[in-house]
Design a protein around this ligand. Structure first.
Ligand SMILES: NC(=O)c1ccc[n+]([C@@H]2O[C@H](COP(=O)([O-])OP(=O)(O)OC[C@H]3O[C@@H](n4cnc5c(N)ncnc54)[C@H](O)[C@@H]3O)[C@@H](O)[C@H]2O)c1
Length: 437
């Protein structure tokens, strides 16, 4: 197929840089290497397995998304990472206990090659210390500059011109919106003052990446890039952003089931959601401040789908509760239960139980892969700021207008496909300038 994308091999390759080398990032790296060897299929990846009807007005003509958009191959992805633990991808993946040891042993070389750079850490946002593998510097701007140097050195070492940076570190303690988040000037002043009360470590990675014009993804519920100051920075440097909090297990099902109940005009009295989870994420969420960040992200979906403002008799008195319990025996194999108390004709009560025995990082890895490929695409197509069309991937999608997001999965999927169909190949953006903040 004739496309306008650049053809040279070096222009197809790009970096995928994880701030946080944990369960989801190592599950993605191991999966990509296994798929490259033909050991598995990229199940769960819309970018690699999905198709588009490219002529919706005419006869159906389904084309694979990866072909239509001439997406880079898995061989074109080069991985790097930051963490606050001096480790490597193999050790992390073994400890995470997501994938079978035999599979990981066969990928030792590729996984162990990913050794993190020291991260940006602040004990006020993550109480799991003590941490010694972290950057130190004059102020937060200095730390951001060090992150940029890591990126530029990585580009030079691998002959790359671009990367997508993904925040997938531990959920940070809840951070209230602040005045300094409103404008770039105010935010930079807080960075210079190293104001811990308003600048979280994940924001420093975001600031560093966006200042270089690189796409930035927030896979976590933390506020991170979802503040006006960093949206301003993203627009200024032509960098796409996306977040927050990958929509993997319980919330994914909620945004599939709730629209169906609403479409049938069935009423809801209560939706009680609870989880047991024993991975690193679960341990972090044992901290009430980190859980508050997560809870905010998980609670928002139902009211936007059910529209109690339009249907007060059906949804005006809904009790929606979400709990997460850290339960080590389960590791990454989370179990989520939902009890949905509904009512039908003449108010007669019924109940639905959902017991989802899921695997957190197995569900998250293909979302991260799609986001890496689509955010790179967005950058090459000249898009900047929050990418609403990627709301499909998130529990709490960022929007470019600041308006409440769409949560209904089928609507989000339609928006994603419409945008992919419309994306016109353009020449790749200019290389990242070798300049720091
Ligand atoms: N797994 C899922 O399905 C899923 C879904 C949605 C969101 N998330 C979010 O993704 C994030 C990662 O999840 P995970 O399961 O990989 O967790 P994990 O605990 O396995 O990994 C997190 C990693 O981040 C590192 N880290 C912590 N603070 C850091 C910092 N300031 N800089 C760099 N690294 C730092 C930790 O040392 C750890 O290696 C969490 O915030 C989680 O809430 C995960």
């Amino acid at each position: 197929m004739e496309t306008g994308w650049p053809e040279s091999e070096s222009s197809r390759r790009f970096g995928v840089l994880f701030a946080g080398l944990g369960a989801i990032s190592t599950t993605l790296i191991a999966g990509v290497e296994a798929i490259k060897r033909g050991l598995a299929q990229p199940v769960g990846s819309v970018a690699l397995l999905g198709t588009l009807d490219v002529d919706p007005e005419g006869d159906p003509r389904h084309v694979r998304i990866r072909d239509y958009l001439d997406l880079p191959d898995l061989d074109d992805l080069v991985f790097g990472a930051w963490d606050i633990v001096d480790t490597d991808g193999y050790a992390v993946a073994r400890q995470a206990r997501v994938l079978e040891p035999d599979l990981l042993d066969s990928l030792t070389h590729e996984l162990a090659a990913v050794r993190p750079w020291p991260g940006v850490f602040d004990p006020r946002f993550n109480r799991r210390g003590p941490v010694t593998f972290a950057k130190t510097g004059r102020d937060f701007l200095d730390l951001a500059e060090q992150v940029q140097q890591d990126i530029l050195r990585f580009h030079e070492a691998h002959g790359l011109e671009r990367s997508v940076v993904m925040w997938c570190g531990s959920t940070e303690a809840y951070l209230e919106p602040a005045e300094a988040h409103q404008t770039l000037a105010g935010f930079e002043a807080a960075m210079r003052d190293s104001d811990h009360a308003v600048v979280a470590p994940s924001m420093i990675y975001a600031y560093a990446a966006l200042s270089l014009g690189l796409p930035f993804v927030n896979a976590t519920p933390s506020r991170t890039v979802d503040i006006p100051a960093l949206v301003e920075l993203a627009q200024l440097h032509g960098a796409p952003t996306a977040g927050k909090d990958l929509k993997t297990g319980q919330t994914l099902l909620k945004t599939i089931v709730a629209p169906g109940l609403r479409d049938r005009m069935l009423g809801l009295e209560g939706w009680f959601s609870t989880n047991i989870l024993g991975n690193g994420d679960g341990a972090t969420l044992n901290d009430p401040d980190a859980f508050r960040t997560k809870q905010e992200s998980k609670l928002s979906v139902l009211s936007s789908i059910l529209r109690p403002d339009l249907y007060p008799d059906l949804y005006g008195h809904l009790h929606h509760q979400v709990k997460i319990n850290y339960y080590p025996p389960r590791g990454d194999n989370k179990e989520s239960w939902d009890t949905i108390d509904l009512f039908g004709w003449l108010g007669y009560r019924m109940s639905i139980k959902i017991d989802f025995l899921c695997r957190d990082s197995i569900l998250a890895a293909p979302l991260m892969l799609d986001l890496a490929l689509f955010m790179d695409l967005a950058k090459r197509a000249g898009l900047a700021g929050p990418q609403d069309w990627l709301g499909f991937y998130f529990k709490s999608p960022m929007t470019s207008t600041g308006q409440p997001p769409e949560h209904e999965l089928s609507v989000q999927a339609a928006v994603l496909r419409r945008e992919l169909r419309a994306l016109v190949p353009v020449p790749m953006a200019a290389p990242v300038p070798p300049r720091v903040a």
